[in-house]
Design a protein around this ligand. Structure first.
Ligand code: HGY
Ligand code: MN
Ligand code: MN
Length: 406
């Protein structure tokens, strides 16, 4: 008798169990940020659910959680993803990979399958970088892709440093950093993730393997002008950084159009001091820029910086552009990718413009990704969706792959 995937109220049961955790009241969706209440609730849920499966759960020196099937050991097959979200993010970005991994192991255990090598489900911390500004912080720390001092000094909107937030949850700052023990145990990492574009809609397929990830990064653009009175300052006498920043943001779109398929976004802006009757002194805009190659992305950002600086100068302001996060382009191992695709009946390969922890690990261990169709084609939004049938197909695919690997 083939065990079935647990489903509750039209969802994978694991997703149903967390469906109300961290709902965002401003625009719907979810806001679940590292070491804040909603994400801590998800950490507790993950430990409890994995425990129910008989897995041994531990948190590593960088705040990543690991649920082990059997003893932790070398050459492990590791599945997983993340549980944190963007502000007002979708239900599936991250949690689908974690829930599907646990469900695939549940199917194998229910069938009496005994693995011949270690297996784990990992939940990486701060994948979205929504609280501390650097994407994939947990996997970058584990792999040494970010210096622990820099990571520990990252501060959130309230000025709380990551080191202090981590310490408050049992992770001493001196522990942060490359974790050769954890990395050395990974024989292969496979991340299942909801697709975040229209690829599987256009292919009319439920699943795909990942072929590549765009190069991408985040830059802080500070535009400084002259703070002044909104009523007493004549228009001709102003050096208004909000106007300069607005023109700069239009220039961002123009720069992204030059090569054809570059992507450049300003999704976040803040003004100091932020008074309705105050011409700001400084306006900060955060840029997310992405392109096919590392050099392309660097060129795109250099073009944006030049355009923004010129717009600021026209308004008597200055602009500074500071890199906050960088992820080079990723080509997933074609041999592993093909083996995965053929084991699953020849599913298609898809590139993605979205970053993932798998993109960080790909530089260190054999790594692959599985995408599950998102019929909305929308992500980082409450509109993000995956049907029950497609999510079940993802779980069954993971189970099939695990049978061949364990
Ligand atoms: O921003 C990204 O591409 C990912 O969702 N962290
Ligand atoms: Mn995301
Ligand atoms: Mn994600």
């Amino acid at each position: 008798m083939t065990p079935t995937v647990a489903v509750t109220a039209g969802r994978l049961t694991g997703l149903h169990e967390i469906v109300d955790v961290g709902r965002d009241s401003r625009r719907g969706g979810y806001s679940r940020h590292v070491f804040q209440p909603a994400e801590l609730e998800l950490r507790a849920w993950f430990a409890e659910r994995a425990g129910r499966l008989g897995l041994h759960v531990e948190t590593d020196r960088n705040g990543n959680m690991w649920a082990w099937w059997g003893e932790p050991g070398p050459d492990a097959v590791v599945l997983g993803s993340h549980l944190d979200s963007v502000p007002g993010g979708g239900e599936f970005d991250g949690p689908l990979g974690v829930v599907s991994a646990l469900d695939a192991i549940a199917l194998l255990r229910a069938d009496g399958f005994a693995p011949s090598r270690p297996c784990a489900v990992v939940v990486f911390a701060e994948e979205e970088g929504s609280r501390f500004g650097v994407a994939c912080l947990g996997s970058r720390l584990m792999t040494g892709a970010i210096a622990p001092d820099r990571a520990g000094a990252l501060v959130d909107a309230d000025g709380i440093a990551f080191a202090d937030a981590a310490a408050a949850h049992g992770i001493p700052p001196r522990h942060l950093g490359r974790d050769d023990a954890a990395l050395g145990r990974i024989g292969l990492f496979l991340e299942l993730h909801v697709e975040q574009g229209r690829g599987l809609i256009d292919l009319d397929a439920p699943l795909a393997v990942a072929s590549s990830i765009l190069a991408h990064g985040r830059w802080r653009i500070d535009v400084a002008g002259e703070g002044n009175h909104a009523g007493a300052t004549r228009m001709a006498d102003r050096r208004d950084p909000m106007v300069a920043a607005a023109r700069g943001i239009i220039a961002v779109r123009a720069a992204a159009a030059v090569r054809g398929d570059d992507r450049a976004t300003v999704g976040r802006i803040s003004a100091v001091p932020g008074g309705t009757n105050v011409i700001p002194s400084v306006v900060t805009a955060w840029l997310d820029a992405r392109s096919a190659g590392d050099d392309d992305t660097r060129e795109l950002v250099a073009d944006i910086a030049a355009r923004v600086t010129a717009e600021a100068a026209d308004e008597g302001c200055t602009a500074t552009v500071t890199e906050e996060s960088w992820s080079g382009a990723v080509q997933f191992d074609p041999v592993l990718r093909e083996a995965l695709a053929s084991r699953l009946g020849g599913i298609p390969a898809l590139p993605t413009g979205a970053g993932h922890d798998a993109g960080v690990l790909a530089a260190h261990v054999p790594t692959a990704m599985l995408f599950v169709r998102n019929p909305s084609g929308v992500s980082h939004s409450p509109e993000e969706h995956a049907t029950l049938d497609d999510t079940v197909a993802g779980v069954v695919a993971l189970e099939q792959v695990l049978r061949g690997l364990l």
